[in-house]
Design a protein around this ligand. Structure first.
Ligand code: TXA
Ligand code: MG
Length: 318
């Protein structure tokens, strides 16, 4: 049986013995193991049932710890880390050979992130090694934003879940690389692109699908519940699927033509921050209901809304 609690010493001991521990971050829960131990890393891939071509993010307690893992950090990356870490911002940096091949799927860059969660910060500070941690869900399924979500799918395979409550941001980190001094966003996430551009100038955005080798994990179909998902304008979707058993995921307001019990709202006040925070929990809740299809309303396609729509579209792509 998995134990759920706030015992950092226990998490530390398990990790030091090569075991995996689920950890809270501000974005989503991670399935963590010693990033410098290939056996621990191998366990992560096994438990998640994750293909080996999908690289893992390495979590550090500070920029100084990151320096031990990577070659010279480009100026723009350094600036972002200095100003904003800990944050939902993952930097792709040239790795040193101390990083196992398995972590990067053989690529010469490694994703590094300093997570902004007090429990996990304390844990990282007491450890002698950084933590590799993908989201703590079976490969392709909706990411977990609470200890209970982790327990739902991975409880039987884990000894310990460090319980840090509900995740504050609710969607994964923004991923940025710096090849040829050209900052490029590879995954939309919880960190604002506008803030990045204000700090280091214009960035390009290259959202990957399975056909793009740069970020092999950004598969077109991902973050998907078991139920079919369609995304669009609710009025149109409700008409189109009038004969199906539907569940509605609305942005800020329920639609009048459908029974309110069949509908869940992401943010009553229309806040994109709140919508992101509730997105995965709401998808999970609809997935448990006796329905055939989830009709999801696209949110305003600005700022964090772009990242929310990205997740909804990937959830719908399966
Ligand atoms: O917010 C987050 O980033 C969460 C929490 C736990 O930190 N982690 C997370 O990990 O979302 P995961 O494994 O679910 O997604 C990591 C993605 C990979 O699928 C891949 O697309 C990208 O990060 N990635 C990692 N290393 C990379 C690299 N060296 N080059 C390109 N993409 C990389
Ligand atoms: Mg994931």
């Amino acid at each position: 049986m998995v134990e759920i609690g706030k015992d950092i010493a226990k998490a530390k001991e398990l990790l030091e013995h090569g075991e995996l521990v689920a950890i809270p971050t501000e974005t989503v829960y991670g399935l963590a193991g010693n990033a410098l131990d290939p056996n621990s890393v191998l366990k992560i891939f096994k438990v998640k049932n994750r293909p080996h071509f999908d690289p893992l993010i390495v979590h550090v307690s500070s920029l100084d710890q990151a320096r031990k893992l990577v070659e010279k950090i480009p100026e723009k990356a350094e600036k972002l880390a200095q100003l904003f870490w800990p944050a939902p911002l993952t930097l792709l940096l040239k790795r040193k050979s101390i990083i196992p091949d398995l972590i990067t799927s053989g690529m010469d860059t490694v994703g590094i992130r300093c997570p902004d969660h007090p429990l996990t910060q304390s844990l990282l500070q007491t450890l002698e090694f950084p933590l590799a941690a993908p989201s703590a869900n079976p490969f392709g399924y909706v990411s977990p934003t609470s200890a209970a979500h982790v327990n739902d799918q991975l409880g039987l395979q884990l000894k310990y879940i460090l319980d840090g409550g509900e995740c504050r941001v609710g969607i994964e980190s923004t991923i940025i690389g710096f090849e040829n001094d050209q900052p490029t966003i590879y995954r939309l996430g919880g960190f604002s692109i506008a803030l990045i551009e204000k700090t280091i100038g214009p960035v390009s955005v290259e959202l990957n699908t399975s056909s793009n080798p740069k970020a092999p994990g950004q598969l077109k179909s991902h973050y998907a519940p078991k139920k079919k998902v369609v995304v669009g304008k609710l009025n149109e979707l409700v008409n189109k699927y009038s004969n199906a058993k539907i569940g509605v995921l609305a942005f800020s307001k329920k639609i009048e033509s459908v029974n309110p019990d069949q509908q869940l709202v992401l943010s009553q006040t229309g806040s994109l921050d709140e919508a992101a925070q509730h997105l995965f929990a709401t998808l999970r809740e609809l997935d448990k209901r006796d329905i055939d299809i989830i009709l999801a309303e696209a949110v305003p396609d600005i700022e964090l809304g772009k990242a929310i729509n990205d997740r909804l579209n990937r959830a719908a792509a399966s």
